[in-house]
Design a protein around this ligand. Structure first.
Ligand SMILES: Cc1cc2nc3c(=O)[nH]c(=O)nc-3n(C[C@H](O)[C@H](O)[C@H](O)COP(=O)(O)OP(=O)(O)OC[C@H]3O[C@@H](n4cnc5c(N)ncnc54)[C@H](O)[C@@H]3O)c2cc1C
Length: 325
């Protein structure tokens, strides 16, 4: 280890790495698995949420290979241990600053140490835009979900509310309408936004109620702890009404966790997602920097897809190193 003090925030520089992966969700762990199996010893930074977003859900039924379902924590814990068993070094640190231009990339960590690496893989994830309740912060609790694809099946035959607008929200509402007894769609605008075919299907579905010009302002639990109803406010009159339901789905959009990349030269789209040179691969606009998972994906946001693109990033990184040795 080469030790020196360059300025107050940088304490020392570790040895040169081949590959540093930022993020320990399905994308980062799978990138580690593939890069390690290609003969490299990647470093994986676990970041502020070790295991990634999946750790926030108790039951995953749609990840292949788990017919009995699996908890999100157990699934990503297994992914991380698999990456480690194959030769990935997991460090429980976050990157605080990145210098990505040039052949040698520098990753400055939250403890002030610096990693230097020839390749960086960005697997930083994205988070759901929360619904903030005045005085109580982020709306969460039993019966509240930020992912209809993930949790819709738990509300088969029940009444549910979905808050949101735009094609992703409308898709989620349609998906829920195939499972739930009744879907109450609470839309902040005066009209549904999104492809006409989705709007028409929702408007003609017998089990979908549409509440335009309204927003969810609270969710109320019954004594048994299950969700009883949500409180919805009319945006013009201010009037409030109760909508009985067992599940509340919030489809308010996503924010990719890419704030760290501002000023690094990585191209982001208008919503902050990392732009890839070629959608089929994982190279960003900077040679030696690859990206995978939800931070590149405005559309799917599923663990199996994040893992798939992580595999691509591990393979692309190994190929880059072979071609530049
Ligand atoms: C409640 C819930 C339920 C879900 N259920 C399902 C489901 O049933 N099935 C399914 O397929 N998907 C489900 N998902 C979606 C799934 O969790 C995501 O699609 C998946 O986790 C994305 O993987 P990722 O690796 O791209 O990002 P993430 O899992 O979000 O991981 C991002 C990683 O980046 C790290 N990071 C962030 N900033 C830094 C930094 N500065 N330095 C270093 N590291 C950093 C974080 O610590 C984290 O480890 C669910 C999501 C939620 C919230």
């Amino acid at each position: 280890m080469l030790s020196y003090i360059k300025d107050r925030e940088i304490a020392y520089i570790e040895a040169m790495e081949d590959i540093v992966i930022l993020g320990s969700g399905p994308a980062g762990c799978t990138a580690g698995i593939y890069a390690a199996r290609a003969g490299y010893s990647p470093v994986l930074l676990a970041g502020p949420l070790p295991g990634g977003l999946l750790t926030q859900t108790s039951k995953i039924e749609n990840y292949p290979g788990y017919p009995e379902a699996v908890s999100g924590f157990d699934l990503t814990d297994a992914m991380m241990r698999q990456a480690e068993a194959l030769g990935t070094r997991v460090e429980f640190h976050s990157a605080k600053k990145l210098e990505l231009q040039g052949e040698i990339k520098r990753i400055i960590l939250d403890d002030g140490s610096v990693l230097e690496s020839r390749v960086v893989i960005l697997a930083l994830g994205a988070h759901h835009k929360p619904l903030e309740i005045q005085g109580r912060g982020r709306l969460q609790g039993p019966g509240i979900s930020y992912c209809a694809t993930c949790d819709g099946a738990f509300y088969r035959g029940e009444e549910v509310v979905l808050a949101g607008n735009g094609s992703a929200a409308l898709n989620e509402a349609l998906f829920l309408s195939t499972l739930a007894r009744c879907v109450k769609l609470v839309v902040p605008g005066e009209a549904l936004k999104g492809p006409q075919v989705l709007r028409q299907r929702l408007e003609s579905a017998a089990n979908v109620e549409i509440h335009l010009g309204s927003r969810v302002v609270d969710a109320v639990q019954a004594e048994d702890g299950k969700l009883k109803h949500v409180l919805v406010q009319d945006l013009v009159s201010g009037e409030r009404k109760e909508l009985p339901c067992r599940g509340l789905f919030l489809a308010l959009g996503f924010d990719p966790d890419t704030g760290l990349l501002e000023g690094t030269g990585i191209d982001l789209d208008d919503d902050g997602y990392i732009k890839l040179e070629d959608r089929d691969r994982t190279l960003t606009g900077i040679p030696g920097v690859f990206a995978a998972g939800d931070c590149t994906d405005p559309r799917y946001k599923q663990a199996v897809i994040a893992a798939g693109t992580g595999a691509k990033a591990g393979m692309d990184a190994a190929e880059f190193l072979r071609n530049h040795s």
